[in-house]
Design a protein around this ligand. Structure first.
Ligand code: ARG
Length: 477
């Protein structure tokens, strides 16, 4: 918003109207210039223009059926609104801070364009139900734009998991080597997080898809409006139940930010692992150069900027959730101007999630695994110790005793710098005479992962089956 727009508008309005024409009737002096700027939202809520016009067209159609507008008046209004939409899209619309918000900017432009008929559009509605309608429509459109980004990312992730179903890597608890797993299994763990996030997004969409239009300022309106009609026109499932709640409710924005915060938390966990895995210490994977940047001083550096930034952006989205919860806390019914503060956090949460999903959708399928260093790392950490303990249980030893025997074998391996699978049969038999040559079937990494052969286990054949189930699920969306 340029200064000159604001000043021009203020001059125009100083005479004959004392202040904003939409509500200036009972005022004796113009609104303070700073206050006008402070209370305006047009700089950011102009983003709602398309939904504002969509809602106004539905409202005008309904007013015609209710005999408040003639069909000719309706057509003038709809043509005018469509011309305004085109102007906004062409970038030639003159937004004015003096007109406060997107709603009054468009209404004023309509009246300037078609004359007094434009002034009839606001019959039986208020900016309170108007803005509540606009944000729901906008968020619904944004959710529908996010869904394919989700599906693309999950598809790439699941396909990579299937391709990496035999790749062995260390699985960690406490970031210490625990048991061998397959890389495909690890990637499918990530996909589970995203699958739940997607279903939370769907829940949010289903709950928000009700029309507040007709609640008017807070109590409803005296005109014979048809809320079912406007709801259907705008693709809502039904009108909201209670006018007071309709104009004040922002749960849907909070719910979206809760979904977004959980998704970002998940992507930050993935990012953290990607950053670790690309390091010289792990060397589990590499990311193509196009997702990394260099250092201006250290020529050898290839930094995983994309996952680092996604991890960093998690903070701002969680911040927006807290901002909205705090915004709504203790607000009395019905509408309060506080609610104007709902938009910027919501807009930024949507933009951030969109960009992060897009970046991940491009980057994840491009991960290149370094199979030999994953395998070596799994071998180094006595990752098949549990398999040896389970083997001894199979030979009739109680688990607690077998745990003790394996503990001693590991201590020996640490002293001798040998993995369990590298010890000779004689070396292993020092710790238990129940150990025989078949022990090597379970001490290998391949034997260890293949043995976890049940739904949800890390065995390669289970990972392949899980990947096909996950892909089939995506296809049903
Ligand atoms: N710009 C306002 C908002 O975003 C629109 C509703 C204003 N209503 C009012 N009674 N002042 O919430």
């Amino acid at each position: 918003m340029s200064m000159s727009n604001f000043d021009k508008n203020k001059t125009e309005q100083a005479q004959p109207s004392l202040t904003n024409q939409a509500w200036g009737g009972r005022f004796n002096e113009p609104v303070d210039e700073f206050v006008a700027r402070f209370t305006a939202s047009v700089d950011f809520d102009q983003r709602l223009y398309r939904q504002d016009i969509q809602g106004s067209i539905a409202h005008a159609q309904m007013l015609t059926q209710a005999n408040v507008l003639s069909t000719d008046e309706r057509d003038q209004i709809i043509d005018g609104l469509q011309a305004i939409a085109a102007e906004i899209e062409a970038g030639t619309f003159d937004w004015s801070v003096g007109l406060e918000d997107v709603h009054m900017n468009i209404e004023a432009a309509l009246t300037a364009r078609i004359g007094n008929v434009g002034k009839k559009l606001h019959t039986g509605r208020s900016r309170n139900d108007q803005v509540a309608t606009d944000i729901r429509l906008w968020l619904r459109d944004q959710i529908d734009m996010l869904k394919p980004l989700f599906t693309k990312l999950q598809q790439g992730m699941i396909e990579l998991a299937a391709a990496e179903s035999d790749t062995i890597m260390p699985g960690f608890t406490h970031l210490q080597t625990a048991q061998p797993v397959t890389f495909g299994h690890h990637l499918l763990a990530w996909n589970e997080m995203l699958e739940r996030d997607f279903s939370r997004l769907n829940d949010c969409r289903a709950r928000l898809n009700q029309s507040p239009l007709g609640a008017a300022a807070l109590a409803g309106t005296t005109y014979p409006i048809d809320r079912e009609f406007t709801a259907a026109q705008m693709g809502f499932d039904k009108p909201t139940e209670n006018s007071l709640d309709s104009v004040s409710d922002r749960d849907f924005a909070i719910e979206f930010c809760a979904f977004a915060s959980i998704l970002m938390t998940h992507m930050s966990r993935m990012s953290e692992e990607l950053v670790l895995w690309t390091s010289a210490q792990f060397q589990f994977i590499s990311l193509p150069d196009r997702f990394c940047t260099g250092s201006s001083i250290m020529p050898q550096k290839k930094n995983p900027d994309v996952p680092e930034l996604v991890r960093g952006k998690t903070g701002r989205v969680t911040g927006h959730l807290i901002a909205l919860l705090t915004l709504m806390k203790s607000q009395p019914l019905a509408y309060n101007k506080d609610n104007q503060e709902d938009k910027e956090p919501l807009f930024d949460a949507v933009d951030t999630v969109r960009d992060c999903l897009r970046a991940f959708g491009d980057m994840i399928p491009a991960i290149e695994s370094n199979k030999s260093s994953m395998y070596e790392a799994a071998r180094r950490g006595f990752s098949t110790a549990t398999d040896l303990a389970d083997y001894l249980v199979g030979k009739g030893i109680a688990f607690r005793d077998s745990h003790e025997i394996v503990g001693k074998s590991v201590a020996y391996g640490v002293a001798e710098n040998k993995d369990l699978s590298e010890m000779s049969l004689e070396e292993l038999q020092q710790f238990s005479d129940h150990i025989s040559a078949d022990v090597f079937d379970v001490l290998t990494l391949e034997g260890s992962v293949a043995a976890r052969n049940h739904i949800g286990g890390t065995a390669p054949m289970q990972v392949r089956a899980a990947a096909s189930r996950a892909l089939a699920q995506l296809a049903c969306r």
